[in-house]
Write a new protein. Structure first.
Lengths: 116, 116
DNA sequence: CCTATATTACGGCTGTCGTCGAAGTAATGG
DNA sequence: CCATTACTTCGACGACAGCCGTAATATAGG
């Protein structure tokens, strides 16, 4: 039987109007998740799940992606067998003005210190 | 014997240069601690520990003040038998530009919705 | 269909955080 | 000196988040 051509693997994303500050803060409080956000910013383009440099196992990383997606921080979509990730920068900027940029800037500043 | 007139009860505050983003995020992720920050902003003046409206016991509240102080978010000082609290807004603004205002704005926005 | 690759779901473990009540300490006022 | 007020410290407890490894699922390609 023919496999369905449409919507092979879909991903649910919340409307940011339904995301609370608590959820976003909980998403951004974890250092591994902030690494993900930072690397997305630094790279400047969408990244597949497997290309992040994080000090945790793959299954744990999946968990972190779920948290970030459910908090509306990232958007995910499948490309073949890989899953791509992108920041929902603009939408977040409308929902929580200045929050994401401030956190990203702080990350970058701290990373800058110890990268030396 | 005469009680010491100098430094009756002192409080230690960190230099913000030594406070990391992780610590500040952990301080601000707790809803009770954000209530404290919000109420300080809303009131517009220093508040004593006992005057905050929070849904926790006094001993728990003490713990939250400690976390906020050690993260550099608030400054505390004694006035007689009461302990006053104030936001370190400016210093935080230099250390993590835009972070505190963004969180405060988001708090206010959410509070506004359900106060309706 | 079979294999390889990429990611997810599940179950369990562990450490930490928020919470409380009770006892302790410090200043104030009678 | 004693009582009162305001806050702190301590110990315990329960809940939950992060972590991992293993088994499962879905796509691409031969």
């Amino acid at each position: 039987m023919a496999r369905p051509r449409t919507a092979p693997r879909t991903v649910d994303h919340p409307d940011l109007a339904q995301v609370g500050l608590q959820q976003v803060m909980e998403a951004l409080v974890d250092p591994v998740r902030r690494m993900v956000v930072s690397q997305l910013v630094r790279k400047g383009e969408d990244m597949s799940c497997g290309t992040f440099e994080v000090p945790v196992s793959i299954s744990t990383l999946t968990h972190h992606f779920n948290v970030l997606r459910e908090a509306g921080v990232i958007r995910q979509y499948y490309v073949g067998v890989t899953k791509m990730n992108t920041l929902r920068t603009e939408e977040m900027g409308e929902r929580f003005p200045g929050l994401l940029p401030a956190v990203i800037a702080a990350c970058a500043e701290e990373a800058g210190s110890d990268v030396g």
